[in-house]
Design a protein around this ligand. Structure first.
Ligand code: ARG
Length: 456
């Protein structure tokens, strides 16, 4: 097949050069955006009297037919074509003859590809956002079910203070809510139309870029043609937004992996979201969580790859930029899969209230509350902190817990201790009293749940 760009050269290239140069195996997924963009372009050319109304109608009908034929499987992609843009134009010209050749007036593949990818990623963002919302909803529902389930909260992975499992889960809901916000923000900056920038310098034709932008659902147009065809910051931005989202999922995964180990036994994943071992019959492995954690590395890798590709490129278009697609497509595919699996895994996960409480009871995580007790009775915090620490040391020595020390023992440390202490340092009280906004009390967690539901 002769190259559409044959002219300056005879267009006869080596097969290996063609294969190397070609992007159709990964950009063919943008066929719909490419065709829709071309329809708007034909309409604009007619509206501006650059081509006749009849020619535009013929082009639009031809493009519509191509779209239908691709979707019905009647028109297979020609992998010999350089890219999806060439494919569509080639089929159109085969079918319409000379009229087909008029479509590419006042545009270039450079603004065309920039347009297609923005339109494609815009839709991806909508899908990713919807899936993120579903995951937040699943997390929030779990948090409601376990709003009063006491567990140890950690710092340095050392038991620190009692929290509830509901509180813990809502922490992740808040992170994902910010991810949603970042996605919306990314979409906003992405939604500017580059079409009409042409190869790099604009055009001598009397085009109407706003007409095309509006027809294709853009909020505005790229204001500088060199910029419009040569920056891929919107891809980088989306990939960093998704990297942050994946970082959140990865941390959550790590906790789920830990919590479902025999050492913790805080949660039980449903059989539907675990796997067995081919050799160890006792195993129930949290593969889904591990894969989400693992795929986070791949998403970060894609981001670094594109940043590196772009960093030394002179303006405007360079073929290096064709490398944007595999990285950003893979990132979107990966995060969509992770979000779906994660939502299912969370929705079917159960928590073991007894084990969580047991772990909470063993870690002296009411030591802060014990110190606070003395402070409320008039002792300076540092002195109270020291006594509380000494009491913990005593418990460790006697292999007991603060709740079980006798009042006589307490009195030898301070006369301020009285019977109400036991009530004050019970884990339930420790949780219930943390009513500060955002805190772990059932009331605070319920307020967090209500907030997230409102945001959704
Ligand atoms: N397949 C190319 C890409 O993905 C399309 C743009 C080609 N433009 C050019 N002047 N070679 O970047």
């Amino acid at each position: 097949m002769a190259k559409m760009w044959a002219g300056r050269t005879d267009g006869k290239t080596e097969k290996i050069a063609d294969d190397f140069n070609s992007s159709i195996r990964f950009d063919s997924r943008m066929y719909r955006q490419d065709i829709t963009g071309s329809m708007a372009h034909a309409a604009m050319l007619a509206a501006q009297k650059i081509i006749t109304k009849e020619d535009a109608d013929t082009l639009i009908a031809g493009l519509e037919q191509i779209l239908e034929d691709i979707e019905n499987g009647k028109l297979p992609m020609d992998m010999e074509c350089e890219d999806i843009h060439m494919f569509v134009e080639q089929v159109l010209t085969q079918r319409l003859g000379d009229v087909g050749k008029k479509l590419h007036t006042a545009r270039s593949r450079n603004d065309q590809v920039a347009l297609d990818i923005r339109m494609y990623l815009r839709d991806e963002i909508d899908e990713i956002s919807a899936l993120t919302k579903e995951l937040i909803a699943a997390i929030t529902e779990k948090a409601e079910a376990y709003a009063d389930a006491i567990m140890p909260g950690y710092t340095h992975l050392q038991r620190a203070q009692p929290v509830t499992f509901g509180h813990y889960l809502m922490a992740y809901a808040m992170m994902l809510l910010r991810d949603l916000d970042r996605l919306a923000d990314t979409r906003k900056r992405m939604n500017q139309s580059p079409i009409g920038c042409c190869a790099l310098a604009g055009t001598t034709y009397d085009t109407d870029r706003h007409f095309e932008a509006a027809k294709l659902g853009f909020d505005g147009i790229c204001r500088n043609s060199l910029d419009g065809v040569s920056d891929r910051d919107f891809c980088v931005e989306l990939m960093s937004t998704i990297s942050i989202l994946m970082m959140h999922l990865s941390r959550f995964s790590e906790e789920i992996i830990l919590w479902s180990s025999w050492e913790f036994k805080f949660v039980e994943l449903s059989d539907a979201y675990t796997t067995g071992s081919s050799i160890m019959p006792q195993k129930k492995n949290p593969d889904m969580a591990e894969l989400v954690r693992g795929k986070t590395g791949r998403v970060y890798g894609n981001l670094m790859a594109l940043l590196t590709t772009l960093k030394g490129l002179p303006l405007a278009y360079n073929k290096d930029m064709q490398e944007d697609k595999e990285a950003v497509f893979d990132t979107c595919d990966t995060v969509k899969m992770c979000l779906q699996v994660f939502a299912g895994m969370i929705a079917t996960m159960t928590a073991n209230r007894e084990n969580m409480l047991l772990a909470a009871q063993k870690g002296f995580i009411n030591a802060t509350d014990l110190a606070d007790y003395l402070v409320k009775k008039g002792m300076p915090f540092r002195s109270a902190y020291k006594i509380s620490g000494q009491l913990v040391a005593l418990c460790i020595e006697k292999n007991t817990v603060l709740e079980n020390l006798s009042m006589d023992t307490y009195k030898t440390f301070s006369e301020l201790f009285e019977e109400d202490l036991y009530q004050e340092i019970s884990l339930k009280t420790c949780v219930e009293k943390r009513i500060s906004e955002g805190g772990t009390s059932v009331a605070s967690v319920k307020a967090q749940i209500a907030y997230v539901k409102e945001c959704l």
